[in-house]
Design a protein around this ligand. Structure first.
Ligand code: A2P
Length: 316
């Protein structure tokens, strides 16, 4: 039986630290991936409207529950508000669409996906006028509507994604800080300043791309995959584990939540078993030395052409 770690959110809710990521899981693959994950023992599935696969994820959840693999109460489902629905009147309909796709009455956690806004109905902008600035739609307005959706019991918890301390702190003017901030986090981007801020404010940090996301379509350089790093390989050998397991266990050891994506049953099982690994202080110190503030997902996509956004300003 694999150990399952829970992190306690500010209101006392127990949040399963380890989950399955579904970004870039093709709709025809994600059904089997989620079914396998629930069978293996995963209790947390991370989704988003923009991933274009919530209906298939929802079908897998329904079938997993029907098969007795999990109950709705045991399961944690996260989804995210897309950038075209930041205005107050668009937040609840976007969440309702996600609930319809997932076939659920509520999500456990709903996040503002990015601190970036588009005109309503724009999936990915093709011109500057398809963006909205955060002066036009302040994040505070979106956050207030997120809290409203939570109070209407469409989401048990609400939070944010891709936001740094400055941006999160500004939300306190609305009355409440997010329960969770989901950001890219792995040994090359350890997010120490953000993690310190989150810990001090009872915000749980969820680490996305914990394996250093092999898809580097968003970057022009050729940083080698984190999974191939010799230091990670050495520690994996010492622990009789795989590099992916080391990266996942490292995230859990730091009391962050972690959501590795896989559509391969063997790797889904391998990643789950990472929860049982334990590090020595020396191994943790060695991994700490790998931090270099490197983003595999650098935000350039949102800053191209006539965009009013600058990549390095996204994460403040
Ligand atoms: P696949 O879905 O074919 O398993 P991240 O969550 O950091 O973005 O990483 C996801 C990428 O890592 C995907 O390409 C996924 O491919 C791959 N991956 C997931 N688990 C493992 C593993 N245990 N070993 C190697 N690669 C993995």
């Amino acid at each position: 039986m694999t150990y399952q770690k829970y992190l306690t959110l500010r209101d006392g809710t127990e949040f399963p630290a380890f989950g399955l990521g579904t970004w870039k899981s093709a709709p025809d693959e994600v059904y089997e991936a989620v079914r396998a994950a629930l069978e293996i023992g995963y209790r947390h599935i991370d989704c988003a409207a923009i991933y274009g696969n919530e209906a298939e994820v929802g079908q897998a959840i329904a079938d997993g529950i029907a098969a007795g693999d999990v109950t709705r109460q045991e399961l944690w489902v996260t989804s995210k508000l897309w950038n075209d629905s930041h205005r107050r009147q668009h937040v609840r309909p976007a969440l309702e669409k996600t609930l319809t796709d997932l076939g659920l009455d509520y999500v456990d956690l709903y996040l503002i996906h990015w601190p970036i806004a588009f005109r309503h109905g724009v999936e990915f902008p093709e011109s500057g006028d398809q963006f909205l600035t955060l002066d036009e739609v302040p994040i505070e307005e979106t956050w207030e509507a997120m809290l409203g959706a939570r109070d209407a019991e469409l989401a048990r918890q609400v939070g944010v994604s891709n936001m740094g301390p400055e941006r999160i702190e500004a939300l306190s003017s609305v009355g409440e800080l997010p329960a969770v901030d989901q950001v890219e986090c792995h040994p090359h981007l350890q997010q120490r300043k953000l993690l310190t801020y989150c810990t001090a404010n009872d915000i749980v940090l969820t680490a996305y791309s914990p394996l250093g996301s092999k898809d580097r379509a968003h970057r022009k350089d050729d940083e080698p995959p984190l999974l191939d790093h010799p230091l990670i390989a050495d520690i994996a050998d010492e622990l009789d584990a795989t590099p992916a397991q080391v990266l996942i266990a490292w995230a859990l050891e730091r009391d962050t939540s972690v959501i590795p994506k896989s559509v391969n049953r063997g790797r889904i099982a391998e990643n789950f078993e990472a929860q049982d690994l334990e590090f020595s202080d020396l191994q943790m110190e060695a991994i700490a030395s790998l931090d270099k503030g490197y983003r595999y997902l650098d935000g350039e996509f949102f800053a191209r052409g006539e965009s009013p956004y600058e990549a390095d300003q996204i994460w403040i």
